[in-house]
Design a protein around this ligand. Structure first.
Ligand SMILES: Cc1cc2nc3c(=O)[nH]c(=O)nc-3n(C[C@H](O)[C@H](O)[C@H](O)COP(=O)(O)OP(=O)(O)OC[C@H]3O[C@@H](n4cnc5c(N)ncnc54)[C@H](O)[C@@H]3O)c2cc1C
Length: 398
């Protein structure tokens, strides 16, 4: 099998790229994607917050696959960029002239012993696994007080704001139901602060204070004892590292994450990254060694925030540069690192943090001060962005 352009992964990035390539007149595009279901993952936060249902976050993969693209419903298992082919699990090899790598990332459960077992007990959950997001809401809804622990790794994960959004939506619900007064809400993160952009960090710190959340930074979750409901953290201080265990009544967690195995083990992986992200030029998104290979989305090592919002700006750059390379020209389109994190700080309130590589605010919504919590931004998150995703972004129109 040979295709002029092969895309690995039919998620947010892969479908956006395929649709844009078709619109640009490319007629030999194949997408390797094993799943029957396509998810709009940003809504999983609202599923865990009891505001949306899992059904609202998914559609059939067939319904989003652009007509005219060849869908190879299988998993890539090996990439050989020297021979320019991708092996799929059936054993077939698909050769390509140009390759776009966007299979997302995988949960690295074993990096925290006991974590996977813990989220399958009745006392812990994660919004990072589709089937478990409704369980988060059940835990929150039935909670009657005690210690509620929200843990987040300091290593790169998709939507790094999502673990604290889970804490805010839970605290908001407990405030309304009177449970918050008898609850210790702890947000423990391996990161050194609440957020990397000072303007937004200031607002988020006031949200933390409003709910009385005990925010602990430089706390990396390293082990969980699900039976004792005890989470062990490694704490980095100016004097070195110490350990501390926190006993929880309920816990929400984000597992550490990394590139899928077939990417980590391929020559495309960044050798300096323990997570195996695809090595790209952070502006052109072209591979640093193989000029016919591009990568975007969660799997690439562009030092941005791994979000669908970033993909919205990465996709046109990848397509423009790929088409330049197809024509034998240099890639000149540049991605500026734009990403956005919609912080749902309460039911009906959202702070839209938009920024770029310079880590300064980069607002794109005209005439609206997005540097504060707003109701209209909540409506954007709840209704506007899903509409935009299904009807424009996945069709290569936005
Ligand atoms: C709880 C949560 C909240 C979030 N909130 C937001 C938010 O508010 N705003 C925002 O912008 N982003 C948010 N995100 C992040 C956003 O969903 C991701 O950044 C985005 O989906 C990444 O797109 P992608 O195409 O790189 O990967 P995905 O969309 O995950 O797609 C990867 C695709 O590759 C396929 N695949 C996997 N392995 C293989 C293989 N071996 N071969 C072929 N195909 C393969 C998968 O089946 C999948 O379809 C959130 C994510 C989560 C989990």
């Amino acid at each position: 099998m040979h295709h002029r352009i092969v895309i690995i992964g039919g998620g947010s990035a892969g479908i956006s790229i395929a649709a844009r390539l078709l619109r640009a007149g490319q007629d030999d595009v194949a997408v390797i994607e094993p799943s029957d279901i396509h998810y709009y993952q940003p809504l999983w936060t609202l599923v865990g917050g009891g505001v949306s249902s899992l059904e609202h976050t998914r559609r059939s993969e067939m319904s989003v696959m652009p007509k005219g693209v060849r869908w190879i419903q299988d998993s890539a298992v090996e990439i050989d960029p020297d021979q320019r082919h991708v092996e799929i699990s059936s054993g077939s090899k698909i050769s390509y002239d140009f390759l776009v790598v966007c299979p997302g990332l995988e949960m690295a459960w074993e990096m925290v012993p006991g974590l996977k077992e813990a989220v399958h007990t009745p006392f812990a959950s994660t919004n990072y696994v589709a089937e478990l997001a409704p369980k988060t809401w059940e835990l929150v809804r039935k909670f009657r007080g005690g210690t509620a622990l929200f843990a987040s790794p300091g290593t790169p994960i998709k939507c790094p704001g999502a673990p604290q959004k889970a804490a805010y939506l839970s605290a908001d619900y407990w405030q309304k139901t009177g449970t918050l007064a008898g609850t210790d809400v702890i947000f423990a993160t391996g990161a050194g602060g609440i957020f990397g952009v000072p303007e937004f960090a200031k607002v988020l710190s006031s949200v933390v204070e409003r709910y009385g959340i005990d925010a602990r930074f430089s706390h990396e979750l390293i082990e969980v004892d699900p039976g004792r409901r005890s989470a062990c953290f490694e704490i980095t201080t100016p004097d070195g590292k110490t350990r501390q265990s926190i006993e929880y009544d309920i816990m929400h967690t984000a597992p550490p994450q990394r590139a899928p195995g077939f990417v980590r083990e391929s020559p495309l992986a960044d050798p300096s990254s323990p997570f195996g992200w695809v090595s790209v030029d952070r502006h052109t998104l072209q591979h640093t060694v193989y000029p016919e290979v591009f990568s975007l989305g969660d799997v690439c090592n562009a030092p941005t925030s791994k979000t669908g919002a970033a993909i919205r700006k990465e996709a046109p750059v990848v397509v423009a540069n790929l088409l330049s390379v197809v024509d034998g020209k240099e890639p000149v389109a540049r991605y500026d690192g734009y990403a956005a994190c919609p912080f749902t700080t309460a039911r009906g309130k959202m702070l839209l943090a938009e920024f770029d590589y310079s880590l300064t605010p980069h607002p794109t919504v005209p005439l609206v001060n997005t540097k504060k919590e707003r109701t209209d931004m909540w409506l954007l998150k709840r209704f506007g962005l899903p509409f935009f995703y299904w009807n424009l972004m996945l069709k290569g129109l936005g």
